[in-house]
Ligand binder design. Structure first.
Ligand code: ZN
Length: 467
């Protein structure tokens, strides 16, 4: 078998995609979008004659856009085959891709308007894909329950195992039988930290493997747990609420937003915070919340107890979802205190922009950062305390406070990655390290060598590994 790496390699952490080929079958594991700068994003296309265009099945480890975002491009090229994932991942993926397609269309429209205004005579840009390309994929969605091997192509069966990273997230154990020989390949997907709120812990693999692909986002370090950060964040929120301030949280509606809501419910329940109005300002917020409510079996024990007793719903009764742009715009006139969760997560666009324009000049405003803010982004400028910030096309005076809530990454730290590999190590697998920056994957490779005596490969984009 051959496995070719089409993303999240060579020091890049986005665009996850692996093509596994045997003599009879071709399957694609993840089909993620590249993000983080124009040069990288130009890789977001699937050439008509490229290797990804023809496969028998697609498997998705989890719904995040960097693992699913290029899938509609296959739809555009006519792919109408099966897409296998856990039920929760399929539901979240449908929503994320619909939302991404709308954003692509909107971005292209905005760019074309700009080109026409400038009169540069440049031709119109095409959106990367459109909602109809997403629609074409949906009939092929096939549910793959956890822990039950599913045949996905001739000679290939797959078992999904809890990865603890997002609702529905999985690692895959892929068994390939060819010419009377059997090989097992494990793909970690993104691995969550142990003991994180809301989600179950990642499950180990005990049966061994011939080859293992492991992510290395935090391969060179431990990161502080959410518990270590939560108290300071709660105090910052509490004092903003006391002053009647508005709390703006740049975040995507999937994943971190749901964890934050769960943490707020816990703080209201324990009375460490007094309840205040919360707005999830996202058109897809309702669907995402429904998906989470539909899968309490995937929560950890504490969250299941809170859900079953009705305490989760009771403590989130101040939560409202803003579906329309009008509902979102109405928040400009609403008096504090309230908290609003809106995208995009790095303040590069989306509904968070108008809230920042409206409320950054107010000293009672608190901007709470829950994710990485890249250099040069609006989010980074606010976190750095710049007193004047460019938000979209406007320069806005910034008198707001900001607070960075760490520990929300949803990725395992170095020790947890090593423990995960440790359960596979006795079978002496080949190790392939992906999904990490250079320092991270090099440090993880050194630790794997030291602890288990296993050599690791750190492939470049486009490299093929034979097994
Ligand atoms: Zn992820």
């Amino acid at each position: 078998m051959r496995i070719t790496i089409h993303g999240a390699a060579g020091g890049v952490v986005t665009g996850s995609a692996y093509l596994l080929e045997t003599g009879t079958s071709r399957i694609l594991i993840d089909c993620g979008m590249f993000s983080g700068g124009r040069k990288l994003e130009s890789a977001n296309r699937v050439p008509r004659n490229g290797p990804l265009r023809k496969c028998d099945a697609v498997l998705l480890t989890h719904a995040h856009i960097d693992h699913t975002g290029r899938l509609p491009l296959l739809g555009r090229l006519g792919y109408d085959g099966p897409v296998y994932a856990t039920p929760a991942t399929l539901q979240l993926t449908a929503e994320i891709l619909r939302d991404a397609a709308h954003a692509q269309v909107e971005d292209a429209r905005r760019e074309n308007r700009r080109r026409r205004q400038r009169g540069a005579g440049k031709p119109d840009v095409e959106p990367l894909y459109a909602p109809r390309d997403v629609q074409k994929l949906l009939p092929g969605f096939r549910e793959m329950p956890y822990d039950q091997p599913v045949p996905v192509a001739p000679g290939i069966r797959v078992r999904a195992v809890e990865a603890g990273h997002l609702l529905g997230s999985a690692s895959f154990e892929i068994t390939v039988e060819e010419d009377g020989r059997k090989k097992v390949v494990v793909f970690s997907g993104d691995l969550g930290p142990r003991g994180a709120p809301l989600y179950r812990d990642p499950q180990p693999f005990k049966d061994g493997a011939d080859l293992v692909f492991v992510e290395s986002t935090y391969g060179d370090r431990e990161h502080p747990t959410l518990a270590q950060h939560a108290v300071a964040a709660r105090e910052a929120v509490g004092s903003a609420v006391e002053q009647g301030g508005r709390i703006l949280v740049p975040v995507s509606a999937v994943g971190r937003a749901q964890i934050l809501l769960y943490l707020l419910a816990g703080a209201f329940k324990r009375k460490t915070l007094k309840p205040f109005p919360i707005f999830l300002d996202s058109p897809m917020g309702i669907k995402i919340a429904e998906t989470y409510r539909g899968h309490p079996e995937l929560f950890d024990e504490e969250a299941i107890a809170m859900y079953r007793s009705g305490e989760l719903a009771a403590n989130l009764r101040t939560l409202e979802v803003c579906r329309t742009a009008t509902e979102s715009a109405a928040l400009a006139r609403k008096k504090g205190p309230f908290l609003v969760l809106a995208g995009s997560a790095m303040c590069t666009g989306g509904r968070i922009m108008q809230h920042l324009q409206n409320h950054l000049p107010d000293p009672t405003t608190l901007v709470m950062m829950v994710g990485y803010q890249s250099r040069g982004s609006v989010g980074r400028a606010i976190a750095d305390g710049d007193r004047s910030v460019r938000v979209g096309s406007r320069s806005v005076a910034n008198a707001a406070k900001s607070h960075v809530l760490g520990g929300m990454s949803g990725h395992a730290g170095q020790a947890e990655l090593l423990d995960w590999i440790g359960t596979l190590a006795p079978s002496r697998p080949g190790v392939v390290i992906t999904h990490g920056e250079d320092e991270a994957r090099t440090a993880l490779a050194a630790k794997i060598k030291e602890r288990f005596g296993l050599a690791s490969r750190m492939p470049a984009q486009g490299e093929t590994i034979e097994a």
